[in-house]
Design a protein around this ligand. Structure first.
Ligand code: PAF
Length: 290
């Protein structure tokens, strides 16, 4: 596996692959790789060759009060995991290269970026869409792979790709969960043992709502109440939001409809955890995917 740190070299390698008629896949990450990231790599490898994984802890998507400094960094372990999966290229640019002195251009997907995660973390999605657009411009991938745990992020990136006529297909991959259902996340490493135990309630809440839907519940406000009730049973958790939203607009809905998401954001101590469940209509039936 080749490791590239400079933008110019990455551009050359990626453009050569395109010129050779190869299908370039990009998996953007901030490192601290876990099984969720590795599942994105595997999905990319099924559709693309070469596969380029990027590791860049993007400062512009962290608010001043957030965890940029203490965000987990484990480059050697990450490199080994990518080597083992036979990833073609690791792109690990420096912050200086990505945001040189005088940097002043940001991209914002209006509307979508201000709801839910965007409301709780102002500026977060501006940083995400800016860095992802830069990565897309540097690598010019045919496909880029994102996890559904960050459903709003994936939706925003897809909107950006549409709005800016980008030549990159945005692929969203399933959530990968721990044995007790907790969605894998680099931030899970922050959890103290008792918080880690309490965090399983996110999955329990979604699963309870799933059962209510299977039993015929279609009232989105009652389902949101179910989420809050299950989360409320864990004293170590405090709920930021627990809602049913339209999967395109991320606006709250009052009744389940064709394409919804149950979305959760919860603090376990100082650690913010998110999760979601897709509710889609397929052949006249509601299909729920955790
Ligand atoms: O999901 C992430 O890890 C980050 O938000 C991303 C997409 C790599 C942009 O920094």
């Amino acid at each position: 596996m080749e490791t590239i740190h400079t933008l110019e070299w990455m551009k050359q390698v990626a453009r050569q692959a395109r010129a050779d008629g190869r299908l370039v896949g990009l998996v953007p990450t901030m490192g601290a790789l876990h099984e969720g990231h590795l599942s994105l790599i595997r999905a990319a490898q099924q559709q693309c060759s070469p596969v380029i994984a990027s590791i860049f802890v993007n400062p512009t998507q962290f608010a001043p009060n957030e965890d940029l400094e203490k965000y987990p960094r484990q480059m050697e372990a990450d490199r080994a995991a990518l080597e083992e999966l036979r990833v073609d290229t690791l792109f690990a640019p420096t912050a200086k290269e990505m945001y040189p002195e005088g940097f002043g251009t940001y991209v914002t997907v209006e509307g979508l970026s201000t709801r839910l995660e965007g409301k709780s973390r102002p500026g977060h999605f501006r940083g995400v869409s800016t860095v992802v657009l830069k990565l897309f411009e540097i690598v010019q991938p045919h496909c880029a792979f994102f996890g559904r745990k960050d459903a709003q992020q994936a939706r925003i990136i897809r909107q950006m790709a549409t709005d800016l006529n980008l030549d990159t297909r945005v692929v969203t991959c399933p959530i990968v969960r721990e044995a007790d259902g907790l969605a894998m996340s680099s931030r899970n490493a922050y959890l103290k043992p008792e918080e880690r135990r309490a965090a399983a309630a996110l999955y329990r809440a979604l699963d309870k709502a799933r059962k209510e839907i299977a039993a015929g519940e279609r009232d989105a406000l009652r389902l949101a109440g179910v989420l809050r009730r299950v989360l409320g049973e864990e004293k170590l958790l405090s709920v930021d939001y627990a809602e049913i939203v339209d999967a395109d607009t991320f606006e709250s809905v009052t009744r389940l409809r064709r394409n919804c998401l149950a979305v959760l954001a919860v603090f376990a101590g100082k650690t913010r955890l998110i999760d979601n469940m897709a509710i889609e209509e397929k052949e006249g039936e509601l299909v729920v995917t955790l």
